[in-house]
Design a protein around this ligand. Structure first.
Ligand code: SF4
Ligand code: SF4
Length: 86
């Protein structure tokens, strides 16, 4: 697999949330994507210009590693729609 450099991962914020009936209802009611205990909210990074990272050489480690986690796998991360690693 190879990154398509589509920059979709720079256009949303993802974080894990415990999957409970209340959290499912909360995010569903607000039209927020909630999948496998991960929430995804549309939000474009301010460092993204013309689909390119303006701080590429000094970008955060989490961006450098994406979509791989600290263990080097992609199993536990909610990937954006269309991501080559989905
Ligand atoms: S810092 Fe760069 S790589 Fe990280 S989310 Fe922003 S634009 Fe994307
Ligand atoms: S969403 Fe996936 S394919 Fe697109 S830039 Fe990010 S890691 Fe690469």
């Amino acid at each position: 697999m190879k990154c398509k450099q589509c920059s979709s991962c720079c256009k949303e914020v993802r974080f894990p949330v415990p999957e409970t009936p209340i959290s499912i209802e909360y995010f569903k009611a607000r039209g927020i994507k909630f999948e496998n205990s991960w929430v995804s909210i549309p939000h474009e990074c301010k460092q993204l210009k013309d689909n390119k990272c303006m701080i590429h050489k000094t970008k955060p480690f989490v961006c450098l590693k994406f979509p791989f986690n600290m263990k080097g796998d992609v199993e536990s991360i909610l990937l954006p729609e269309g991501c080559a690693y989905r």
